[in-house]
Design a protein around this ligand. Structure first.
Ligand code: ZN
Length: 513
């Protein structure tokens, strides 16, 4: 080794230590902001909202300033040569690579655009609330127009090769392209639309009326805790569950992960499956390696990969026959009046009932991705200037007719239902479908290595599956882009094949197709 190489190695190490130190401060600020957010959503007295908004904005501003500081840029620049001498998947190379990717994104946006975006969000949120109260899209239309213009600017500032949506998609799903999503949705459309039609003709084959009756709040909460604990979410020392209007999961470190649920006293599914869903997100956070705790790698790979873990436990496990073989007797003990006379098989069928509906968050496993597809296609059409915003509600309703066979009676049950377009416009929904598709792809790989998983579920044992996800997915934190991770773990990039086969197999059986 020549003298210069040796000294650049040593310098690299010192620069790396400094980078890690600075990133740890940013991580600590972000995680502290997370705690304020959690409190805001759970226990904060209502009147604390304004001050809390200031606290959150200040923390996020300080974190942004620290992360985009010129010193970080200089360190990343100086570390380039050193990084190239390291294995791609090493902690050091990955930290530098991910920090550089995020740094470039964060510094490409001009500060005045960030400010205008933030103001547009506030206006869009207010307009959206008012539009929902009046059930009138026209009230939201001007603010949405402003948001779309700003998101075009954001896409231009971030930069892209093929399509402006690529830049926006990349913020949620690093490396994922609009063309990838179009191919994916094309395959899903072909497989799912005919299946939804076939099931609609046999709609009466599944009765879920007994899920809609009074279920006592306290007992539901107990059941949710028990089930989340059973699948391996650590509630003893590293996690907790609380109530909030919108369920969410947040972690301030791998050792303090919290999720919230909403209990519906008149409908069993709402609380229970949200609990399994959020517990799935929670296992990802609790499964991150301890040595990443203050690192920029202390995250999931993407929203979609995060969603793959929540969907895995909510649907593939939580809506399986094997799971209910284990859990149904316990549930019946909790709700003897409601479920004492309902057979396990009838219960299994009921929690899997397929019904085209207007509201995404209430959609079943089969129709869910069609809801996402509608949003993705509309966003793309708007970006391509094929669809004007005045025509958005009509286009929304037409797509619902084509894909789901139903027409939303109003905008509240149509294009005004999601909060997402008040944050931005473009790419914000893709993660849900990526998650559904990736969940099956990962599960089948786990099943290949542990063919007895279902027998284990029936006995209430979930540790083999959880350990497999720990070792193959969680252990990498944010090291890899979603496509890289899937390729490494399953030998293929994101692939609709296993997902479609799983859906057809499961629902042909339930509906006797
Ligand atoms: Zn989720």
């Amino acid at each position: 080794m020549s003298k210069t190489e040796a000294s650049s190695g040593a310098a690299g190490n010192k620069d790396y230590q400094r980078l890690v130190e600075l990133l740890a401060e940013v991580t600590a600020l972000r995680q502290s902001g997370g705690l304020l957010f959690w409190d805001q959503q759970t226990y904060m007295p209502r009147a604390g909202a304004r001050a809390r908004g200031n606290h959150l904005a200040t923390l996020s501003k300080v974190a942004h300033e620290k992360f985009t500081a010129p010193e970080i840029g200089r360190l990343l620049e100086r570390l380039r040569d050193w990084e190239e001498t390291l294995p791609y998947d090493s902690d050091e190379a990955s930290t530098v690579r991910v920090a550089r990717r995020e740094y470039e994104k964060a510094t490409r946006l001009p500060p005045d655009l960030v400010v205008r975006h933030s103001r547009a969000r506030t206006r869009a949120h207010e307009a959206w609330i008012e539009a929902r109260q009046k059930n009138d899209y026209k009230v939201f239309r001007p603010a949405l127009g402003e948001m779309v213009d700003i998101m075009r600017e954001v896409a231009d500032a971030l930069g892209y090769e093929d399509h402006p949506l690529d830049a926006l998609l990349d913020q949620q799903e690093p490396g994922m392209k609009t063309a990838d999503m179009e191919k994916l949705f094309g395959e899903l459309r072909q497989g799912l639309v005919p299946l939804v039609r076939a099931i609609a003709e046999k709609a009466d084959a599944v009765d879920d009326s007994f899920l809609h009756q009074p279920f006592d709040r306290e007992t539901q909460m107990e059941v949710c805790r028990e089930a989340a604990g059973a699948i391996g979410f650590d509630l003893e020392t590293r996690g907790r569950i609380d109530l909030s209007v919108h369920p969410f999961t947040i972690g301030f470190s791998r050792s303090d992960v919290r999720f919230t649920i909403r209990i519906d006293e008149g409908f069993f599914n709402a609380g229970f499956f949200a609990s399994l869903h959020e517990a799935g997100h929670g296992t990802y956070m609790q499964g991150l390696p301890e040595r990443f705790e203050q690192s920029i790698l202390h995250e999931g790979a993407s929203s979609g990969l995060h969603e793959s873990q929540s969907r895995l436990w909510e649907n593939i496990v939580g809506r399986s026959r094997a799971f209910w073989e284990f859990y149904y007797p316990r549930l019946q003990k909790g709700f003897p009046e409601q479920l004492g006379k309902v057979s396990r098989e009838d219960f299994y069928r009921a929690v899997n009932k397929v019904e085209p509906s207007f509201i995404r968050v209430e959609a079943d496993e089969v129709t869910y991705n069609l809801h996402i597809m509608v949003r993705f296609e509309l966003e793309k059409a708007v970006f391509d200037r094929e669809l004007g915003l005045d025509d958005l509600p009509g286009a929304w309703n037409e797509k619902f007719r084509n894909y789901l066979g139903i027409t939303p009676p109003d905008d509240l049950r149509g294009c005004l239902q999601d909060i997402h377009w008040t944050f931005g416009f473009g790419g914000g929904f893709a993660g849900y479908t990526i998650g559904n598709v990736a969940s099956v792809q990962l599960y089948e790989k786990a099943l290949e290595e542990h063919p007895g998983l279902e027998e284990e579920f029936a006995r209430g044992e979930f540790s083999s599956l959880l350990r497999w996800m720990n070792e193959n997915v969680h252990a990498h934190g944010a090291k890899f882009e979603p496509q890289e991770l899937l390729q490494r773990v399953t030998g293929r990039p994101l692939d609709a094949g296993p997902y479609l086969a799983y859906i057809k197999r499961k629902f042909s059986d339930i509906y006797g197709l």
